[in-house]
Ligand binder design. Structure first.
Ligand code: DGT
Ligand code: CA
Ligand code: CA
Ligand code: ZN
Length: 584
């Protein structure tokens, strides 16, 4: 049985609520499961262990039936009640839950009234005009649904880096633990830290390739075996993700690792460089006349060609081979360089943890400071703070900081950039803050020129420290809004506004392809988790991976500064004799 997580308990309860709704069960029953899911989500303690031990009695809000179900689910990994409920519906119905913007109410309506029970039948019903004529829908909604279906098709075979990370590492560990494996790695786009991936490329060095390919194909996570050969196997996991395993000899391993890490463009360029030196490079070896270089590990391949080792993140043929040749590769930022982080939410707006809980979690991660930036009032859907509540929060932060000795919360706000580029708070309030993140959260459909001017106007405000999630993209869900990044970077440089690298696995925004350009214009990056719960502080590691991919070094990133340095940096400039053309 796979290990049961809090997430699994929450998802199952939420799913039960949805299914009961579809069945038209009484709303009280549905609500009991929704509340249950929420209690499990927010429970302060190890709820999974409590559930496994059937020790849930003194937790408020769980009835007997719910306790029993959580116990069964946590101790066995599945729940008969849930399975039976699912079995009452066609399996294809569950595809509808993946359509962006289609909630349970709408699913119930099309299911009951149009007998729609799959994405295919939904698409047809939209095209036939049946959805548009349904009460509460209309032509616009039908059009939106068709758009969402098209998006789903477009993204069907890709996965977000952050979503596959934990499982990928689990499978890798298992391969490494196999007694017949001497070396193992994940190559491909995963190793290059691409923000989305098509498949995972596992690689092992072994003397028993066919034993390993069958071991891989027989793992419990393998939902389907697509190819099984003696040195290569492809499986599909439950979530649809494909995984290749290639088994090679220990001598060939460095070559295979280099080859299958890619990118293809990088490999093409590297091979042509090798050819100029009379070496032919393939996925197994160097070949050619004369003496062949000795290769024990991947770095030896680069060194044999007179290059410095090129970090996998840079292998996109975007100047890394030339930089390596000239000894000008950047010394890339590392996770350990982060001393704190900005842009995090609490229960004051739409987060799930208190100021103190967030502070403790950041401290536990070894950080010296945590910037808070709850939403501002225009983001009413996210319970944004008004002036009074924000001032209260600032006081609360100042009071908490009195209690800490080696840690500080930094008082900020994620201030909405309104449609005309003005900010949701006036300058007097902004001035009371330690820092300010400005973000766009509405009116996404402005044309590029208007949107760019809107954001530039916000950046020109002297109190705006940094720009949040620059394009608003949600990977594999929502395209970026139209904005001229080149102009944004130029403006950031002129106004000394920091640009955020939002680490949410859904965002990873600003895109890695722009950071080198930003760096060249001396624009600082801030690697921000945009955490809405303590666990999401972990996504900093994805932020660092993408910052590396963007060629960023330690000094290019604001939150590598120590607490003292950051406080000095954030303090308003009082040296009026220096005629700085900048904010600080
Ligand atoms: P993706 O689409 O996210 O899976 O991206 P990759 O880069 O992981 O692509 P994948 O899995 O098709 O192949 C892994 C690596 O193997 C790729 O980055 C470079 C190498 N490779 C695969 N096919 C070719 C090829 O036809 N020519 C060359 N030069 N390299 C290839
Ligand atoms: Ca791949
Ligand atoms: Ca592949
Ligand atoms: Zn935001």
């Amino acid at each position: 049985m796979a290990e049961v997580t809090r997430e699994h308990l929450v998802k199952t309860l939420e799913n039960i609520a949805l299914l009961l709704e579809l069945k038209g069960e009484n709303p009280f029953k549905t609500r009991a499961y929704r509340n249950g899911a929420e209690i499990v989500q927010n429970f302060d303690g190890d709820i999974v262990t409590r559930a496994i031990k059937n020790d849930l009695k003194d937790i408020k809000g769980f009835g007997d039936a719910l306790q029993q179900k959580l116990y069964e689910l946590a101790s066995t990994g599945s729940l008969a009640y849930h399975e039976n409920l699912r079995a009452e519906f066609p399996e294809t119905l569950f595809e509808l839950f993946e359509i962006q913007g289609l909630g349970p109410k709408k699913i119930k309506a099309v299911y009951d009234q149009l007998e729609v029970d799959s994405v295919a039948s939904l698409k047809k019903a939209c095209e036939d005009g049946k959805v548009a004529s349904l009460k509460g829908f209309g032509a616009k909604t039908a059009e939106k649904i068709l758009g969402a279906i098209a998006n789903r098709e477009k993204f069907a075979d890709r996965f977000r880096l952050g979503d596959v990370g934990p499982l990928a590492e689990t499978l890798l560990e298992r391969l490494k633990d196999h007694p017949k494996v001497s070396r193992a790695a994940i190559a491909g786009s995963y190793r290059r830290s691409k923000e989305t991936l098509h498949d995972l490329d596992f690689l092992v060095a072994t003397t028993e390739p066919s034993e390993l390919t069958s071991f891989f194909a027989q793992m419990p996570e393998a939902e389907e075996i697509i190819v099984q050969g003696s040195t290569k196997t492809t499986i599909r996991l439950e979530n649809g993700l494909q995984c290749d395993l290639r088994a090679v000899s220990n001598e060939h391993f460095p070559f295979a690792l280099q080859y299958f890490t890619g990118s293809k463009e990088h490999n093409v360029a590297l091979r042509s460089l090798a050819l100029k030196q009379g070496l032919s490079l393939n996925e197994y070896d160097f070949t050619g006349d004369g003496e062949m270089p000795e290769v024990h590990e991947e770095g030896d391949i680069y060194r044999s060609l007179g290059l410095l080792f090129i970090p996998p993140e840079l292998r996109e043929n975007r100047g890394e081979i030339e930089a390596s040749d000239q000894g000008k590769l950047p010394d890339l930022i590392k996770k350990e360089n982060l001393r704190g982080t900005f842009h995090n939410h609490t229960t004051a707006s739409d987060g799930n943890n208190s100021l103190l809980e967030m502070a403790e979690a950041a401290h536990d991660l070894g950080l010296e400071y945590l910037g808070i930036a709850d939403h501002s009032k225009a983001s009413f859907q996210a319970n944004g703070l008004n002036e009074v509540r924000l001032r209260e929060q600032i006081s609360e932060i100042r009071a908490l900081n009195e209690q800490f000795d080696d840690f500080a919360l930094i008082a900020g706000s994620e201030v909405d950039i309104l449609k005309d580029g003005s900010l949701d708070f006036d300058d007097d309030l902004l001035q009371e803050l330690d820092y300010c993140v400005a973000s766009v959260h509405n009116s996404f459909t402005l044309d590029e020129d208007t949107m760019t001017k809107r954001i530039i106007r916000a950046m020109e405000n002297e109190h705006v420290t940094m720009l949040g999630h620059v394009t608003g993209r949600l990977l594999l869900k929502r395209d970026p809004y139209a904005v001229n990044i080149e102009k944004i970077i130029a403006c950031a440089s002129e106004t000394r506004t920091v640009i955020e690298l939002n680490c949410s696995p859904y965002r990873l925004d600003m895109d890695w392809r722009w950071w080198k350009k930003a760096r060249e214009k001396n624009v600082l990056c801030s690697i921000n988790p945009d955490a809405h719960r303590t666990e999401q502080l972990q996504s900093l590691s994805y932020g660092v991976r993408l910052a590396r991919k963007g060629w960023l070094r330690r000094n290019d990133v604001l939150n590598t500064k120590s607490l003292k340095e950051v406080q000095a940096w954030l303090a308003p400039v009082s040296y009026t004799h220096l005629t700085l053309p900048t904010k600080r």
